[in-house]
Design a protein. Structure first.
Lengths: 373, 373
């Protein structure tokens, strides 16, 4: 079956069911009037009891404005819905979390913040999804500050956790020191920014962040505000130029950018035993065999048909499961670092083609959840 | 089990499940990346395809600001959640509709309208619930105008449909003419207003609408705007005074007000074979035996432990089922009248203690749904 037929057959991938029976008047009087007044009164007296008597404690809102969906770009709220439903399916199947898609028509930063705050009472956590940068940064930061439930932009931090986990294991294979790595991150959007920040937190010595205009450099005055801030904490030697200049004598390439932008010759510019994470989807920055031809030792992609699949589903279900179970109201950098290490440790037999757990590995959610506390 | 234990045991009454299997990489590639891009692209090309490929066509948002919850009043968004979950349970169990609670922290009219519009992409219908008057009128009216999905404030129109259905059958028992009835409606809030309007549409000759200040009268200049409008279309003879003045020589009392405000003596003021709908919950305006003592022929209440239970669950599941199935984008007065007649007709053996179907009657949803088209 193709995906269109599949989606038409199911008419949406989620269903909302009742956990309680409703067969007779007694059932009705417990679940609805008059009995339902009792938990209402308790919550009115003590608002935190909403976790005790309602769905809040196991419910996550998957919030998107449809502005940066997969490789499709700004397709809007309605067209984003199949993706958000899919995300909710993953929450349920991997972490037994009840997730509901909230697709917002507005793409105004303040309005999105206000809407999410206003509809937050029913949610125990907010997963921001496919919101374009730089708006995604302010939306996440403000919601983290102004809400007392965990808020995470998965495109940023889910990606960062899984990339770091993969890199921790890749470094073991090539026998290099993490802090000595020269890392090139291509793509300075939501994911590239968050990945760079988390790698720095982990102790990466230097990161060269590259966007379509070239290497981010603190001498460049024309950068957007958030890129200026990234330029301050990356590129210690103030290298200038383009992606190829960055690649020279680098150890790691992390692509969160566009399909087919590299050739074997570009990989040859890198140091020996290069590590390539080519995560553009569905077509990576360079195909694994081409990268190997250029001398790469380890290649990871976002795809399931090659080894080393870097997939967010390895992080977000466990992160939210842990936050909900451990009453965590803010997901900190410490927790993300712990999650990445825990995730890396799930792989028992680390080798070239096995740096990251399989997405269907049942242990992943448990151990990641355990690291969020 | 009491209701608090019950709610604590289930920790919320809803669960969101996946309709699709997610056992292997092929499943994942159909439900999520890369396959999910296909329906996204179709919806981007033709927005109405969101009904074809997503949950929208069977999903209703149950929206409340917690400002007028049951008999509890303005308890706020969190404390309203158990009721909204219960409502969603009823949607599922009675009409197989996927309903999700949206509890909004703001109680500002414009903000609520804006939020509901902004999060409407995922919903095929909006059920407004427990929003206080007069804000509920503007919120409903504006959303009906500005959204292309059905929007219904159930406290208003669900109640009106069921009351009219009950009254149609009650009139048969007492052998009076509907258009000649003198009807007293006590309570000029959301429900009282909507009930009065629908009874007038059905052809009621005169309605005396009474609130805490007394009978609504067009000579009273101090009324709120919406009550002024009601005063224009009711009380043809410009009667003045209080509830007892209204009851004199009336045929029908419809209470949507407060517990225990009437005694047998008050019913004696009414015409012979009086019809009493005492719907204050959980304690009615007058208990059935007391009303009968005063000479009432037919008594209905909101309670399940007396005959003739006037319960909104007889209307809203079928109304939304019909709207979703028949692609109805506005619920009109005509449809509400049809629904009421259809609902009345479900009762085969109409008599004093049997004017309205049982809430568990399986036919109800089907026939009501069939009348909404």
């Amino acid at each position: 079956m193709d995906s269109l037929e599949f989606h038409e057959k199911y008419k949406g991938k989620l269903s909302i069911i009742s956990k309680v029976s409703l067969k007779n008047r007694e059932d009705l009087s417990l679940a609805y009037t008059p009995g339902v007044a009792e938990p209402c009164k308790e919550i009115y007296k003590k608002v935190n009891d909403v976790y005790k008597y309602t769905i809040k404690g196991n419910t996550v809102g998957v919030v998107s404005d449809g502005s940066a969906v997969l490789g499709l770009g700004n397709i809007g709220a309605e067209a984003a819905l199949p993706v958000m439903e899919g995300k909710c399916v993953l929450f349920k199947e991997f972490a037994n979390i009840d997730a509901f898609p909230i697709c917002i028509k507005s793409q105004n930063t303040e309005e999105i913040i206000s809407i999410v705050k206003n509809i937050s009472p029913v949610f125990g956590g907010i997963n921001l999804e496919d919101i374009s940068s730089p708006r995604c940064f302010e939306i996440e930061e403000r919601l983290k500050k102004e809400l007392d439930i965990p808020v995470m932009h998965d495109d940023q931090h889910g990606t960062a956790i899984v990339v770091l986990a993969g890199l921790i294991n890749a470094v073991k294979v090539v026998k290099k020191e993490f802090r000595n790595l020269k890392i090139v991150v291509n793509g300075a959007g939501a994911a590239g920014t968050a990945v760079s920040k988390l790698l720095l937190k982990e102790g990466a010595g230097d990161i060269i962040l590259v966007d379509r205009e070239g290497i981010l450099n603190k001498n460049n005055k024309n950068l957007m505000q958030y890129k200026k801030e990234m330029a301050k904490i990356t590129n210690k030697e103030s290298i200038e130029g383009g992606l190829r200049d960055a690649l020279e004598n680098s150890d790691v390439f992390i692509g969160l950018s566009a399909p087919n932008i590299l050739k074997a010759g570009d990989i040859k510019l890198m140091n020996r035993n290069a590590i390539i994470f080519a995560m553009a989807n569905p077509v990576p920055e360079i195909m694994p065999d081409e990268a190997k031809k250029g001398g790469a030792k380890i290649v990871a992609t976002g795809r399931s048909d090659f080894p080393n699949q870097i997939n967010n589903v390895l992080a977000f279900p466990g992160v939210f499961r842990g936050a909900l179970d451990h009453n965590v109201r803010k997901i900190t950098d410490e927790m993300k670092l712990n999650a990445a290490h825990t995730l890396a440790d799930v792989v028992k037999d680390v080798k070239e083609d096995n740096i990251i757990p399989d997405v269907f590995d049942k242990n992943v959610v448990k151990v990641v959840a355990n690291s969020i506390k």
